[in-house]
Design a protein around this ligand. Structure first.
Ligand SMILES: *[C@@H]1O[C@H](CO)[C@@H](O)[C@H](O)[C@H]1NC(C)=O
Ligand SMILES: [Ca+2]
Length: 328
């Protein structure tokens, strides 16, 4: 064998080892398989081939290494939609992404991963349609809600909708959210990942945002009903604030074991529903600044001084009157 072969092998060895380690820590086991028709794998742009199974719209830009839903510029929005309906009852979706931009304090707005009835419909919810039917997993980077906060941003939240609810940006969707967790993924040097697992009506979302090669639980919610036959999508938007929202890969795993074609078909007619929701956070106005103890002390002191001054004045006045009387 030539020296070049051995040199290359030595160079590749750590990479091979790493990838083996990473795969073994993955929550998907070997009997669950990836479905190419719902996945997006690099390189995205080959010679003459442009994203099989996916359509894109808006300001989305496709390169061979990433798909940029929005650039780091104001008022942009873009989306990617799978055109193959998901005929799988139990599944897991891994999305690898990168959100980055020039802003240190101010950036936005974020992106959303969709499993919905509608596809390719631009709108106000992170670049996509409001009053949607299905599931949204939203990675919100900008806090619109200025009142008292229960969480920091970026924030990951899920919303289940049957077409009747609006996503309320002013409250960052907290009134309609199923569950959520704080996340940190902006401007890091490594790729960041989110996993959405939907199995036996249990929705679990986990993340790998620290380059550890393992999933960290964000939330698990039982009794979530989602029909079959909906579409996967990704969309992002910028407004006054901006960020680049890049998708680096999508992997869809089929988890169905012993699911009959009849069940798959009957599941297509159900409506998206969740039995439990997080209690809506109260929308309180900022509290009036309370009176500090020091302030109260000084007010009392001032009051006392006025009373004493008044008393002294009254006493001296009456004394004078009395003395005058005596003189006259
Ligand atoms: C849609 O969802 C809302 C809110 O959860 C619920 O009140 C309504 O009954 C649902 N509509 C149908 C047709 O299930
Ligand atoms: Ca927001």
């Amino acid at each position: 064998m030539s020296n070049v072969f051995w040199e290359n092998l030595v160079k590749l060895l750590p990479i091979l080892l790493l990838s083996v380690l990473k795969n073994s820590e993955c929550s998907v086991s070997s009997n669950e398989y990836m479905k190419r028709e719902h996945s997006l794998i690099r390189p995205f742009q080959g010679v003459g081939v442009n994203l099989p199974y996916w359509d894109f719209l808006g300001h989305t830009m496709v390169t061979s290494n990433y798909i940029r839903l929005t650039p780091d510029l104001q008022s942009k929005s873009g989306a990617l939609w799978n055109y193959s309906p998901v005929m799988t009852r139990n599944w897991e979706l891994h999305v690898t992404f990168k959100v980055h931009g020039k802003g240190n304090e101010l950036y936005g707005d974020g992106f959303s991963i969709w499993y919905t009835k509608e596809r390719m419909q631009p709108g106000p919810v992170f670049g996509s349609k409001d009053y949607f039917s299905g599931l949204a997993v939203i990675l919100d980077t900008y806090s619109n809600h200025n009142g008292p906060h229960n969480h920091q941003h970026p924030y990951l939240s899920a919303m289940i909708n049957n077409g009747t609810w609006t996503y309320d940006h002013d409250r960052d969707g907290t009134h309609t959210q199923l569950a959520g967790c704080e996340v940190r993924f902006r401007n890091v040097d490594f790729d960041t990942h989110v996993s959405i697992r939907y199995e036996n009506d249990i929705l679990s979302v986990s993340t790998d945002m620290e380059n550890k090669g393992e999933w960290k639980n964000c939330f698990v919610v039982n009794d979530v009903e989602l029909p079959t036959g909906y579409f996967l999508g990704l969309s992002a938007t910028t407004g006054d604030l901006s960020d680049s929202h890049d998708i680096l890969g999508v992997k869809f795993y089929d988890l169905d074991i012993n699911v009959s074609p009849e069940e798959i078909a009957s599941r297509s007619s159900i409506l998206p529903r969740a039995k439990t929701y997080e209690p809506p956070r109260e929308h309180k106005d900022d509290p009036k600044p309370g009176m500090s103890n020091a302030k109260i002390f000084f007010i009392l002191l001032f009051g006392m001084l006025i009373t004493i001054a008044g008393a002294i004045f009254a006493i001296s006045y009456f004394k004078e009157k009395n003395s005058r009387k005596r003189f006259y």
